[in-house]
Design a protein around this ligand. Structure first.
Ligand SMILES: [Zn+2]
Length: 220
């Protein structure tokens, strides 16, 4: 049982749609360019990946982040979290394998992975957690879920990444908030309980794009 994953973002459930735009957001003085490597899991189409990327890029443009996709859409086999009990693998084996193959020391890029199931539904992990999104940063910023994953990965290389469930893309406004929240984690932002803050664990239905000046500065 690994209950800590629940702490980060986005358990499935009704999410208010039609979020109003947050027009009063401050902007970074100079945009930061960020490469995004795109991946699709089993049963996910290139179009769904493109949709996730577009939703994310449109939202974090408000944060001064200029995303640019790099390379072709890669393929992820199976889920990155959880493992079939008969496989004998631990719950982080999929993620460890992905990072072993694709981690890069430079943090000018993030991986955006769109999957049908973030947690393998056959795994023990799936009995206790259900996620629509997950974003992690090498330094974890003290978040319990990040620390546990980091420790679980041991000396494996690490790189910022975010995972999103393809089914979460059905609602564009909610998906933008989810993706931006997880990218915030991937870039090192911790949770912020302020109503309307994009890093609030409970996404505010009235405004889910806001970041403080300090958070924006941390993205530089
Ligand atoms: Zn979170």
């Amino acid at each position: 049982m690994i209950p800590w994953l629940v702490a980060c973002a986005a358990a499935p459930g009704p999410i208010p749609d039609a979020l109003p735009a947050c027009d009063a957001l401050p902007a970074l003085a100079e945009p930061r360019a960020l490469e995004v490597r795109l991946w699709r899991g089993d049963g996910v189409t290139d179009a769904e990946v493109a949709r996730a990327y577009g939703l994310l890029a449109g939202r974090v443009h408000r944060w001064g982040l200029e995303l640019a996709p790099v390379g072709r859409v890669g393929r992820v086999e199976g889920s990155l979290l959880g493992a079939h009990p008969e496989s004998g693998q631990d719950e982080l084996a999929g993620l460890r394998g992905f990072l072993d193959a694709h981690a890069r020391p430079a943090q000018t890029a993030v991986h955006l992975v769109v999957v049908r199931e973030i947690v393998d539904p056959r795994s023990r992990l799936a009995r206790t957690v259900a996620l629509q999104g997950l974003g992690l940063h090498p330094e974890a910023l003290g978040s319990p879920e990040g620390q546990v994953i980091r420790e679980g990965l041991g000396e494996a290389p690490f790189t910022p990444f975010l995972l999103v469930d393809a089914d979460a893309l059905d609602s564009p406004d909610a998906a933008r908030s989810l993706l931006a929240h997880e990218l915030g984690h991937a870039l090192g932002l911790a949770h912020d309980g302020t109503p309307g803050n994009a890093m609030n664990e409970v996404r505010d239905p009235t405004c889910a794009a806001g970041l403080t000046a300090g958070q924006l500065a941390a993205l530089r």
